[in-house]
Ligand binder design. Structure first.
Ligand code: ATP
Ligand code: MG
Length: 664
């Protein structure tokens, strides 16, 4: 890759508006275009009449029991209603209709347990399981509008439970299995859940990690009296305590009637509550409803991932505890009748390369994962994926954080054989589905940029005053028009919804990310605006400095924060993890630190040269794998770190604190 020289002498605020990578593009190959699901006519149709476009997509993607006549009702903005007089059953759209269409024998889920146990579940079997599970839950008193908390490992029963709840018109609230009893308690209380579905335990790195004890502890806590039953899947085989309200899944399931007739529910019937992952602070219970959500889930899944249900094997590595697992493990793929892989474990158990073995074993064609996983694979070394075939892969996806151009290139070269398109998909819990992404058969790809709103979505980058910035400018990423999968609110707190997302720029949706528009009008998401630094009056993006660092051959992962500094206001402080290879070969760490400081200065400009570079083993991350810069800032400034409940591993912080203490 050639790096064009930049002009570092300009001192205005736009000096980081170009990065060296603007010029690198990958047009779709003729072979990909020939068979692509989406072509540019989608963009044309959406710009001609956006609302009519969504109506058409909804009719195309879903089976409506009662067709809608009204597409969008925005009269109570920002609380949207989509397809409001239509009726459908979400689970029927994900299951029964595929069986009726003659695809019952198609595999819905290739399940692989962490320990290597496998199950192959066809659409006919999944439909039968969900019908029985719906009867089982109805037997426990679950009906339309009731809330059910799901606290399960990533096993087929989790998917079955979510769909059974949807089938009954009830509302699920999935809580990631790694969350503590207190996080679980707070979510049970907030939703007023009637039933909790859990497992005795799940498997992690060859050992059982118990789940039921956390439920027991949560239910001893305040505000959980609403819970009438706890349904327990036997998975870990670990010993658990038992109370009167507990029921074994296998007993209830066997006793339930096999057939369940799906009832139609209004499009705006709530489907789920999901708490945001908590990178910036206290999680919010985001509410999604049925018809609009499922429309956008199916539409984006089909077009962004170029889904050919009759031949693709799709794998999204997200846990169902996150929005990505809701939209792109459960609802999108199943609405589209696609075959997918569901894997319970971690990328490197029992040994490095497990993911790549799974790609080969199941012939995965489309892989959707997060930058953190790509960087972890880079850190471990390319020899691991290179020892596998990975020949079946034809499209890769990324979500969750900005993907550094260097990681993008590595992903394409090493995992994608220098051939696969990569779609960098920007979206959020609140948006419900993908909002900004390339279309793989249409867009010329740019490593590191999310690029273009998907057809039907209108995004704009605005300045502090809410004015649209010109190409070359940067500011705040906003959405100007309502979209089908948009959140319908925060559970129990409509005011907080308006306040959090709609008040900073009136009439626009703003959820906290900064972005810049390059000369060709492509969008580069720069991360959370809270993370943007101000050094001697210059606005610097953490994402760009991190990308520069990751571009150094010894660096696998980097996090940059702006720490209070007496002379410059804020100073750039970098925390880096080095690759396994560099760890083995580097003897002089101080020299590496100096080298990295100079490297950033050369690539971005002297103003971006880090004041400190700390080499560490791990960075603090949320349980969904995102770097938590808020905490790094506190550590850097020697302040108390405050709430750490969203962290995957709090011991990382202690290790970091030792670094700064040594420095001070
Ligand atoms: P919280 O809102 O509770 O702080 P969170 O924002 O991490 O947590 P999610 O809804 O899971 O919770 O994540 C959405 C955020 O992830 C986006 O706002 C953005 O910051 C980041 N993100 C997701 N996809 C991308 C992407 N492709 N490029 C850049 N950033 C992304
Ligand atoms: Mg967020």
């Amino acid at each position: 890759m050639t790096i064009p020289q930049q002009d570092h002498t300009r001192t205005d605020q736009t000096r980081t508006d170009r990065t060296p990578d603007d010029e690198t593009t990958f047009p779709p190959s003729p072979e990909f275009v020939a068979d692509a699901v989406a072509d540019s006519s989608l963009h044309d149709a959406a710009s001609a009449d956006r609302v009519a476009f969504w109506a058409e997509q909804s009719r195309l993607m879903l089976d409506w029991r009662t067709p809608f006549t009204s597409t969008l009702d925005w009269s109570a903005a920002p609380f949207a209603r989509w397809f409001a007089d239509g009726e459908l059953n979400v689970a029927e759209n994900c299951l029964d209709r595929h069986v009726r269409a003659g695809n019952g024998e198609r595999v819905a889920i290739h399940f692989e347990g962490a320990n290597g146990d496998t199950r192959t579940i066809t659409y006919a079997q999944l439909t039968a399981d969900v019908q029985r599970a719906a009867n089982m839950l109805a037997g426990l008193g679950v009906g339309q509008g009731d809330r059910v908390v799901v606290y399960l490992p990533l096993i087929p029963e989790a998917v079955v439970t979510m769909l059974a709840i949807a089938r009954l018109g009830a509302i699920h609230s999935v809580v990631f299995g790694g969350f503590s009893a207190e996080s679980l308690r707070a979510r049970i209380e907030d939703a007023g859940a009637k039933v909790v579905v859990t497992a005795d335990g799940g498997w992690r790195r060859g050992a059982v990690s118990p789940l039921k004890p956390a439920v027991d502890e949560a239910l001893q806590g305040e505000g959980t009296d609403s819970v009438e039953h706890v349904l327990v899947v036997q998975r870990g085989g670990n010993d658990i305590d038992w109370t009167d309200r507990d029921r074994w899944w296998h007993d209830e399931f066997a006793a339930a009637a096999p057939e369940h007739e799906a009832q139609a529910f209004p499009a705006e019937n709530p489907l789920f509550i999901l708490y945001t992952s908590g990178t910036t602070g206290k999680p919010k219970g985001i509410v999604h409803t049925s018809g609009g959500y499922l429309t956008q889930a199916a539409y984006t899944h089909k077009n962004v991932f170029d889904m050919h249900p009759e031949k693709d094997v799709y794998w999204c590595t997200a846990d169902i505890g996150w929005i990505t697992g809701h939209t792109y493990v459960v609802y999108g793929p199943l609405a589209n009748g696609v075959t997918q892989v569901l894997y319970e474990g971690t990328p490197d158990e029992p040994k490095p390369g497990r993911w790549w073995d799974l790609v080969d074993a199941y012939g995965v064609t489309v892989l959707y994962t997060a930058p953190t996983a790509v960087r972890a694979a880079m850190k471990a070394g390319r020899q691991i994926p290179e020892a596998r075939s990975l020949e079946t892969l034809r499209l890769l996806g990324s979500v969750g954080e900005p993907i550094n151009p260097e990681a993008w290139q590595w992903y394409r070269q090493v995992i994608g054989h220098d051939r696969t398109p990569i779609v960098d998909t920007w979206w959020q819990t609140e948006t419900g589905g993908i909002m900004i992404s390339a279309l793989p058969g249409v867009t010329k790809l740019k490593p590191g940029a999310a690029q273009t709103p998907v057809p039907g979505i209108v995004a704009e980058i605005v300045d502090d005053d809410g004015h649209r910035v010109d190409p070359g400018g940067s500011g705040y990423l906003t959405i100007t028009e309502p979209w089908p999968a948009m959140a319908r609110g925060i559970w129990g707190d409509p005011d907080r919804f308006v306040e959090t997302y709609w008040s900073r720029f009136p009439g626009r949706y703003f959820a906290g990310d900064g972005a810049r528009l390059d000369g060709q009008g492509d969008i580069w998401v720069q991360g959370r605006v809270d993370d943007v630094m101000n050094v001697s009056g210059h606005r610097l993006s953490t994402a760009e400095i991190e990308s520069a660092l990751v571009g150094h051959e010894g660096v696998a992962e980097a996090a940059v924060v702006g720490a209070a500094d007496e002379t410059t206001g804020q100073a750039v402080v970098a925390w880096v993890c080095i690759t396994e290879e560099a760890q083995a070969s580097i003897t002089d760490r101080d020299a590496l630190v100096q080298d990295l400081r100079a490297w950033v200065a050369k690539r971005i400009g002297p103003i971006a040269r880090p004041r400190d570079v700390f080499i560490v083993d791990e960075l603090p991350k949320t349980r969904s794998g995102k770097i938590v810069r808020r905490l790094l800032r506190a550590v850097t400034e020697g302040r108390p770190v405050g709430d750490t409940t969203t962290l995957a591993d709090t011991s990382v912080l202690t290790a970091l604190q030792q670094h700064t203490a040594r420095k001070r």
